[in-house]
Design a protein. Structure first.
Length: 182
């Protein structure tokens, strides 16, 4: 009987160890991983409020609200072109010079921009993490890049919220190779 209880306890401890070690494996403590599935197609009327270079991509532009939790209001979003969907629909194989992803407030005023196109900037794929909340806004946005090419993975310095000019700024666009330290 003791062996049965000991085995159950060991199994339970092992189960929780695996569960919690994997739940934070891809992210950073205190940050939320932006999931593509949370992004929604922008309304055509809202697309007209974007710069003219975006208009031809109507139907392939998505907005992703950056929320602290399910109950919180969206004060900051990113807007991006789903480039692969666009190219597939147009039956094009050649990558275009797409406008980069922008960060906006709830009135679609631009607050900053990404150095690359989210979620995919062929052949690289971006992972976005946001956190360090203040006044309903994430004050830090991290961009990690998965790159299958010889150069390998890299990441950018974080985009940091500046309350004085109400913009997100990156210290430099210089990338660091490898994985971002946790």
């Amino acid at each position: 009987m003791q062996n049965v209880w000991r085995n159950r306890i060991l199994f339970t401890i092992g189960f929780f160890f695996v569960l919690f070690s994997n739940s934070f494996a891809a992210g950073y403590p205190g940050f939320i991983d932006l999931r593509e599935s949370k992004c929604v197609l922008m309304d055509g009327k809202d697309v007209l409020n974007l710069p003219p270079a975006w208009h031809k991509y109507n139907g392939f532009i998505k907005i992703c609200g950056l929320k602290k939790n399910k109950a919180s209001k969206v004060n900051v979003s990113i807007i991006s072109i789903w480039a692969e969907d666009y190219l597939d629909a147009q039956k094009k194989e050649m990558w275009e010079d797409f406008p980069v992803t922008i960060i906006v407030d709830d009135d679609l005023n631009q607050l900053g921009k990404f150095p690359e196109l989210y979620p995919m900037n062929s052949p690289v794929e971006l992972s976005v993490y946001y956190g360090k909340w203040k006044s309903g806004k994430p004050t830090e946005i991290r961009i990690d890049v998965s790159n299958p090419a010889v150069g390998g993975d890299y990441y950018y310095p974080p985009l940091i919220w500046n309350a004085k000019d109400e913009q997100y700024h990156m210290k430099s666009k210089e990338t660091k190779h490898g994985k971002r330290p946790k």
